[in-house]
Ligand binder design. Structure first.
Ligand code: NAD
Length: 295
């Protein structure tokens, strides 16, 4: 099976390399030529545009930052629509607004191209290991055709429902992760202000009901003052904004996402948008005039 792969960033690069290792032929494109060169050195063929990457392949994968990038790369001038043949499947693995997945899918349908939205959770380490959680929306028969390919990239591949439902599951994931990080931050800063060692609080609670994957991933980093991404605050702002836009369309109140995006935007204004999202604790530290670090 031949694949066109567009978007070789933190996530796309290791994903493309894993597909090469598994024996798939890849045509790759990114505006960042250094990233392209690295994946070409691992055995991929360089394409000169998104159009060329999407030509003469069975599947096109996109792994781009957000909705406008996906629209431009797929539907724009020199884009996927100019090269893709009827019968090809487009798997967009970017985390974007569910409504935009539906819009792009409707345009591709006119060309006989089926789209799946298949965003991921797990971050760079799991992208490298090929153990991402992949949530997929779109027709079941197209899902069946790419399930084994996605199995190379993920430890779990779940067909959630119709087009857009993969990104809806991802937004749910991002709300839960943000809320976990905010809860952890609020709790550890309060304990610190009370004179209790936050690293001992972490050890005391991690095996109980408050224990979580998020807590075990983020508390050790936060307690060490390590905010190196990982997953950048500015990307989490993008996901929460997509959640808020979706909630507005559906007239659903989302008070927690609204509060947390405000904290994240304040940190972005402070020049911390590139920090790991565990760095959200710096908002609480700023307003409480204390840092929560291991003693
Ligand atoms: P990134 O910014 O590192 O990579 C995006 C890549 O897309 C870059 O290499 C960029 O040059 C390329 N690109 C942008 N516009 C382009 C265009 N017009 N044509 C060709 N290439 C273009 O982002 P990332 O961290 O790899 O994230 C990609 C997606 O995965 C995002 O939607 C993100 O929310 C999601 N995600 C990221 C993580 C993470 O931990 N980084 C985890 C889960 C999901």
């Amino acid at each position: 099976m031949k694949i066109g792969f567009i978007g070789l960033g933190i996530m796309g690069k290791p994903m493309a390399k894993n597909l090469l290792k598994a024996g798939y032929e890849l045509n790759v494109y990114d505006v960042n030529k250094t990233a392209v060169a690295e994946v070409v050195a691992s055995g991929a063929k360089e394409a000169s545009s998104s159009r060329e990457a999407a030509s003469h392949v069975d599947v096109v994968i996109t792994m781009l930052p957000n909705s406008p990038h996906v629209k431009e790369v797929v539907l724009g001038a020199g884009g996927v629509v100019e090269g893709i043949a009827a019968g090809t499947i487009l798997v967009d693995m970017s985390s974007i607004a569910p409504l935009v997945s539906k819009e792009v899918s409707a345009e591709l349908e006119k060309l006989g191209v089926v789209m799946l939205d298949a965003p991921v959770s797990g971050g760079e380490p799991k992208a490298i290991e090929g153990t991402l959680a992949i949530m997929v929306g779109g027709p079941a028969d197209a899902f069946a055709k790419v399930e084994s390919l996605l199995g190379v990239l993920g430890a779990s591949v779940t067909h959630v429902g119709d087009i857009g439902s993969g990104n809806m599951a991802k937004l749910a994931n991002q709300i839960m992760v943000a809320s976990n990080i905010a809860g952890m931050s609020e709790a550890l800063v309060l304990a610190s202000k009370a004179g209790v060692d936050p690293s001992v609080v972490y050890q005391a609670v991690r095996a109980g009901l408050a224990g979580s994957t998020v807590l075990d991933a983020k508390a050790p980093m936060v307690l060490a003052g390590n905010f190196k991404p990982g997953f950048r605050i500015e990307l989490h702002i993008k996901d929460l904004q997509n959640a808020l836009d979706t909630a507005e369309q559906l007239e659903v109140p989302t008070p927690m996402s609204t509060a947390i995006i405000g904290m994240m935007r304040e940190l972005q204004q402070d020049g911390k948008g590139g920090d790991d999202h565990g760095g959200l604790i710096q908002y609480y530290e700023k307003v409480s005039h204390i840092t929560a670090r291991a003693k």
